[in-house]
Design a protein around this ligand. Sequence first.
Ligand code: NAG
Ligand code: NAG
Ligand code: NAG
Length: 336
Amino acid sequence: MAVLVTGASGFIALHVINLLLSQNYKVIGTVRSQDKVDKIIKQFNNPNLSFELVTDITKLDAFDETLKKHSNEIDYVIHMASPLPDEGNTDFENHYLLPAVNGTKSVLSAIKKFAPKGVKHVVMTSSIVAMLNVNDDSAITTEKDWNPITWEQAKTSSFLCYFGSKTYSEKAAWDFLKENKDEVDFKFTTVNPVMVFGRQMFDEDVKDTLNVSCEYVNKILYLPPTEKLSQDYAMSYVHVDDVALAHVMAMREDRLDGERLLLSAGTYSDQLVANSINKQFPQVKGTIPAAIENCDKLMIRYDSIATQKQLGIEWKSFDVAVYDIAHQALKRLGKL
Ligand SMILES: *[C@@H]1O[C@H](CO)[C@@H](O)[C@H](O)[C@H]1NC(C)=O
Ligand SMILES: *[C@@H]1O[C@H](CO)[C@@H](O)[C@H](O)[C@H]1NC(C)=O
Ligand SMILES: *[C@@H]1O[C@H](CO)[C@@H](O)[C@H](O)[C@H]1NC(C)=O
């Protein structure tokens, strides 16, 4: 039972791989460079984990070699690879949108060519941004919704092009399934999380700044006590353990075929992050922005009840999500 995990070096991917290995799956990861292979092999130190190099996922035959070589082993595919924009590159269409769409097509077409009957289930890591309404932030988003962002709109900024890349690459996958329904046998599910919080899989990957989502918590540790924080419930979070679990459940359970799983545990504000850190780590009180009581209010932006019922997951709480990031960061800074 082998699982192909594309984009295997990412924050979520490392947690997914860890869960798969703990359940005795063989994992074949793909990453862009040998440096990453060497690092991750060493970190997991598990003979059930191996790698293939896929240097450029935008080439439409990018995954052919990997699928050809392992066609008899691979039962499941978890597609997590998504291109990161080049620093300072403003050609969003060619460096971000098209590669995201092409990467999805290239992995699905490699399955079609080399393992059309062998692969049982494909899970794609999409995002809440493929569901939410970019033109109306008062709407409550559910699993049925699609971001109405246009390709033209998506080309205009790095922010919008992230929305576009996720929306259009997920669409490309559903379109592929429709167009090839007689030629491929696999089941298909997407996982669409909001901001993903949690510990880095390996302590050595903790730095002063963390990658995107976790940085929303981490940054508070570096702000002065005088800093005024936003009390707007602008963001939503979900714990990385729940996200990893959702991927593995999606992969194993036929009944989740055709579903888009919206993973959101709730909304939060920067101020609530500070409140949670102050409460859980009294030793940093006075060195970071202070807690402000009674700024709690309920705000629902994403209705994830259908997904929660399907998965039977009780989302990990906001305090746990914040704790897991702050604890690892404070340990590294010698402040525990
Ligand atoms: C963090 O981002 C860098 C570059 O943007 C990437 O190379 C690295 O794999 C990411 N790390 C994790 C754990 O996601
Ligand atoms: C590797 O997978 C096999 C099952 O295929 C399992 O018996 C073994 O314990 C796994 N090894 C490790 C180190 O997890
Ligand atoms: C993406 O695929 C299209 C064909 O669908 C191809 O023309 C284009 O060159 C590819 N883009 C990149 C960036 O490789």
